[in-house]
Design a binder for this molecule. Structure first.
Ligand SMILES: Cc1ncc(C[n+]2csc(CCOP(=O)(O)OP(=O)(O)O)c2C)c(N)n1
Length: 280
């Protein structure tokens, strides 16, 4: 059992709310949403210095969800933190919504960066981190979430070299290493080999942890913050679709369609896991 019960519960809440959002729509990027819920729980539930009542607070920590198709999971975390009413989640991707399928900083309260064109988030995150440094906001951190398929983009490696050169120790990045991308396994589409060695050789303080353990993620962030010379990379060993039975049993499960009936048993199971986490 995990030490941090509140974060375990928050992760399961994000999971359930995300599934309900997507169930209402009948399709979506369920796989890559499910694999980041523990990370979002740790970030929004504990690690990030934020104030939902003051979302534009300049000194806040920022998050760049570079794999912007995980927007629905980010929105669930934001709603649960009180950035906007939970009922809004059911407007996902509908005409006039504030919650588009991919993150948009101009539309959604609490979203710090517009993303969706893969590869670009590392550059904007570097910009945010450098901006904080230039403005003397030394307590502010920028968090960045990359997909493993996204790391096929050359821009990721240009950013990786630059962040290390700038010794951007207040940039804390994650790769959601769920081993799948849009239409198959990462190792079949473009095998990047050992991600830990790759980022380490680019000069990052790199660790690999169980991406579904809130305790492990928290510990890795604290270790990263304890050093002051390198940008931090945490490779999250995850399962695409984690905790949504329908998605976990579909390959690839990147963007799937489902009826309410098809996804209902998966939601019921996730709700049971949430109830058990609350009782534990
Ligand atoms: C520049 C760019 N090329 C292609 C796409 C289409 N696309 C959306 S998601 C995706 C796969 C991403 O895989 P990964 O980064 O591993 O995300 P995850 O598996 O975590 O969902 C692709 C190719 C895009 N959004 N941006």
């Amino acid at each position: 059992m995990e030490k941090n019960k509140a974060l375990r519960v928050f992760a399961e809440e994000i999971r359930v709310e995300t599934m309900k959002e997507l169930a209402h729509l009948g399709f979506g990027h369920i796989g890559g949403c499910m694999s980041v819920v523990e990370l979002l729980s740790v970030l929004y539930g504990k690690e990030m210095r934020i104030d939902p009542k003051n979302p534009k607070w300049a000194e806040r920590d920022k998050l760049v969800m570079s794999k912007g198709h995980a927007g629905p999971a980010v929105y669930a975390a934001l709603a649960l933190k009180g950035y906007f009413p939970k009922e809004q989640l059911l407007t996902l991707n509908q005409a006039g919504t504030h919650l588009p399928s991919h993150c948009d900083r101009n539309l959604t309260v609490g979203v710090d960066m517009t993303t969706g064109s893969l590869g670009q988030g590392i550059s904007t995150a570097i910009g945010l981190a450098m901006g904080d440094r230039m403005m003397g906001r030394n307590d502010s951190y920028t968090y960045l979430v990359l997909g493993d398929g996204e790391c096929d983009e050359g821009q990721v490696w240009e950013g990786a070299a630059f962040a290390a050169h700038q010794m951007l120790d207040h940039l804390i990045a994650f790769v959601d290493w769920n081993k799948q991308q849009l239409d198959g396994a990462c190792e079949d589409v473009l095998d990047l080999g050992d991600m830990v060695q790759k980022f380490r050789s680019f000069g990052w303080y790199t660790q690999k942890v169980d991406g579904h353990s809130v305790d492990a993620i928290l510990e890795a962030i604290e270790k990263g913050k304890a050093q002051h010379e390198k940008p931090v990379m945490i490779i999250l060993d995850t399962v695409k679709g984690k905790g949504c039975e329908l998605a976990e049993n579909t390959f690839p499960c990147h963007h799937i369609k489902f009826t309410a009936e098809q996804i209902a048993p998966s939601i019921e199971k996730a709700e049971a896991v949430l109830a058990a986490a609350r009782k534990a």
